[in-house]
Ligand binder design. Structure first.
Ligand SMILES: Cc1cc2nc3c(=O)[nH]c(=O)nc-3n(C[C@H](O)[C@H](O)[C@H](O)COP(=O)(O)OP(=O)(O)OC[C@H]3O[C@@H](n4cnc5c(N)ncnc54)[C@H](O)[C@@H]3O)c2cc1C
Length: 446
């Protein structure tokens, strides 16, 4: 039996990043990644297979990065972790020994208890290239597609599937608005308008009660009694941790089945770490458990787990939650808490808003409007969150806002921070949105 110093289970966002980080901190260790699939999809790129990118093969994480970092790869489904013997066993009967193990087995899509979910032409978003290639064929054949779930995934799929196709698409969301788990109402409404302008129908406040048809889907029945014809249904309502192999070996999990980790990403076994969608997250603000699964969080945790295997080097401060998406050419993004979430958590808040062109003058090529909202705690003036809508540069600006949150900057710090600007690249220094939004808050904070 071959033995490695470090074995990483999973080869996606978390697994790959954990293995590379482990290599950086341990140049002389023998490291192995074991993953189920031959080809690993870029998980966040999946919706773009159906429009912009065009095939699963163009949306893959290259394996070259493993070779470059002198990390071995084994393809196999790990079915057993023997913690006392410090070995793992795959479905192909390969047994390998480890000194330190990192579990990054990710998540699987949630399937709601809706009657008819098992009919033909009902799909979820599995991170599996063959399954998603079959879905691509079905989307190409479809005339009436229903997407259950108006979160990021549902909206991105709707936008992409509509591209260059003569297809009717309806997004059904049970909450009063799409994107409501992330944004405040004003931003949700703008997101809905954007997707409807692209020809997608949106039904909110509607629960799917049944997927109808014989063996193949023919429609859906809603709680209001309304019926919609459909030849293809895609369910995008979230994901749950894939932690079976950890549970079977006695690794502690929470009530949702996510692996319990400490702030060093360690589990209840001192030689086993975990990171990514398979493990529990807690809020940066409240330190309470939160239900967020993002590749950006997974890689952040992986950079902590991979660094801490032999000596504690890094600490997890909790999840800020920085999201971004794009509908058509308009970016929508959020970091930290929305106004609603901050208030629900008992914060007394002040909100500063600024809006203006993303280039200067606004007629510069590629420039468009960008609106930024920043939420601050009354009293301390510390930033709690930010939301933006508009120019695609917002995708990077939200990361800057996340950095401000991480460093607990105040409205005054942000209003006076030193930015770099350029007519073709950024907003004007006079109208720089985050400085001005902070300035608006400073005025209210007194
Ligand atoms: C459609 C879609 C769009 C998304 N868009 C974004 C986005 O824009 N931004 C963002 O931050 N996040 C996005 N996410 C979320 C992001 O994809 C996940 O948070 C991310 O994939 C988590 O990475 P992970 O490595 O923890 O898990 P996964 O990506 O689920 O990977 C798990 C890995 O473990 C392997 N594995 C599992 N069990 C075993 C086993 N027993 N033995 C061996 N190997 C095993 C799998 O094969 C896989 O390699 C999106 C998700 C989806 C579905």
């Amino acid at each position: 039996m071959e033995t490695y110093d470090v074995i990483v289970l999973g080869g996606s966002a978390a697994g790959l990043t954990a293995a590379i980080t482990a290599r950086r901190f341990n140049p002389d260790k023998k490291i192995l990644v074991i993953r189920k699939e031959e080809k690993v999809l870029i998980p966040c790129g999946i919706p773009y297979i159906y429009g912009t990118v065009g095939s699963t093969d163009k949306n893959l994480i290259p394996d070259a990065v493993l070779e470059k970092n002198n990390i071995d790869l084994m393809i196999g489904n790990v079915e057993k972790i023997d913690r006392s013997g410090k070995t793992v066993l795959t479905d192909k009967n390969s047994m390998v020994g480890y000194d330190k193990l990192i579990i990054s087995t990710g998540s699987d899509p949630m399937i709601p208890p809706i009657a008819g979910s098992d009919k033909d032409n009902v799909f979820t978003v599995k991170k599996d290239d063959k399954y998603l290639t079959e879905l691509l064929e079905k989307v190409d054949e479809s005339r009436n597609m229903v997407i259950i779930g108006g979160g990021f995934i549902g909206m991105e799929f709707a936008d992409e599937c509509k591209k260059n196709r003569d297809i009717d698409i309806t997004v059904v969301e049970m909450l009063p608005h799409c994107l409501m788990l992330v944004f405040d109402e004003e931003f949700c409404k703008q997101g809905e308008d954007l997707i409807m302008e692209r020809g997608v129908k949106v039904l909110t406040g509607e629960k799917v009660e049944e997927i109808t048809g014989n063996s193949k889907v023919e429609g859906i029945k809603l709680s209001s009694g309304k019926k919609i014809e459909a030849d293809l249904v895609l369910i995008g309502i979230g994901a749950s941790s894939n932690s079976k192999v950890a549970i079977d070996s006695g690794i502690e999990v929470n009530e949702k089945g996510s692996i319990v980790v400490d702030k060093y990403m360690g589990t209840n076994d001192e030689n086993i770490f975990a990171c990514g969608d398979c493990c529990e997250k807690f809020s940066f603000f409240t330190k309470k458990p939160v239900n967020l699964m993002l590749a950006s969080i997974a890689t952040n945790e992986a950079r902590i787990a991979g660094a801490n295997l032999y000596k504690i080097n890094r600490t997890n401060e909790g999840v800020i939650g920085a999201y971004s998406t794009v509908i058509g050419d308009t970016a929508l993004a959020r970091a930290g808490m929305s106004e609603r979430e901050a208030q629900d958590n008992g914060y007394d808040i002040v909100v500063g808003m600024a809006e203006g062109p993303s280039c200067h003058p606004g007629c510069m090529p590629g420039g468009s409007n960008l609106k930024v909202n920043l939420v601050f705690e009354k009293g301390s003036g510390i930033i709690l969150g930010g939301q933006l809508i508009g120019a695609k540069s917002g995708g990077e600006l939200i990361n800057l806002i996340s950095g401000c949150i991480c460093k607990r900057m105040t409205a005054d710090d942000i209003a006076t921070f030193q930015m770099g600007t350029h007519p073709a690249l950024t907003a004007s220094p006079i109208a720089y949105q985050i400085s001005n939004a902070a300035e608006m808050a400073v005025k209210q904070l007194g």
